[in-house]
Design a binder for this molecule. Structure first.
Ligand code: PGA
Length: 240
């Protein structure tokens, strides 16, 4: 694992985008695993800039995303599909047919099965971008006594609803469930790019730095098992 401590959010975003850009330059058919949330916004801005500057081309790039809220339409500005369109897909020449997020299609059970099938067919990603929750969650795999390997419907923990309420008018509007890749899916990439920024991630980053245990109550700890993982953090997340 390579741990990179950056001065600030912008430097973290730049470093992350350079790694993704290099992967796309090396392989124009790169398969990306993408994440939503406030952490990767700066990384996407840099990737869009690299595209506009003619440094990278998304024509043959394909992607899968980690998760999506349950009960929120894809056209709703709070949906992760909307986020991806807004921050990346609508700004580059990616073929949207080659981009995938979990989505409700039939019953929840059927939707889960469909996403698992899609992930199996998509295969290993060249890179998977991951954020972490303040509680150390990975995608929406919340701390628990067991973690899912594959796609499932997750009941969001109170602290996650609280953390995500900043994107909604009120806490009551935050969906209580999400469809999320499991841990095995989230780690099925040649390179993992784990990003953490800001004071509210410090507790999780500090815990990770000081533990040599893998715990399901701390999903972030599992990133230590990946053979090619970058943890890129800014000073606020690192030092508190
Ligand atoms: P954030 O979310 O980037 O909005 O902090 C990350 C996460 O909860 O995994």
């Amino acid at each position: 694992m390579e741990i990179i401590v950056c001065d600030d959010y912008d430097q973290m975003s730049k470093k992350a985008s350079e790694i993704v850009s290099d992967i796309i330059k090396e392989n124009p058919k790169a398969k990306l695993g993408l994440a939503t949330g406030s952490t990767p916004v700066g990384m996407y801005e840099n990737l869009v800039k690299d595209y506009e500057d003619g440094k990278i081309d998304f024509k043959e790039v394909s992607s899968v995303n980690l998760d999506e809220y349950v009960g929120i339409d894809k056209d709703n500005p709070q949906s992760y599909q909307y986020f991806m369109n807004e921050h990346l897909f609508d700004k580059v020449n990616i073929n949207k047919e080659n981009t995938h997020l979990p989505k409700e299609d039939g019953s929840l059970e059927e939707s889960v099965k469909k996403y698992d099938k899609l992930l199996e067919e998509f295969g290993q990603r060249d890179v998977q971008v991951l954020g972490i929750g303040p509680n150390g969650h990975i995608a929406f795999n919340e701390p628990d006594d067991k973690l899912n390997m594959h796609t499932s419907i997750i009941n969001l923990k109170e602290e996650t609803i609280e953390a995500n309420s900043r994107f909604f008018d009120s806490k009551e509007d935050v969906p209580k469930q999400a469809m999320s890749m499991g841990m095995a899916d989230a780690f099925n990439a040649k390179t993992l790019l784990v990003l953490a920024s800001g004071k509210n991630k410090h507790k999780a980053v500090e815990k990770f730095m000081h533990t040599d245990k893998i715990e399901t109550m701390f999903p972030m700890s599992f990133i230590a098992l990946h053979p090619n993982c970058y943890l890129i953090v800014d000073k606020q997340a690192y030092e508190g």
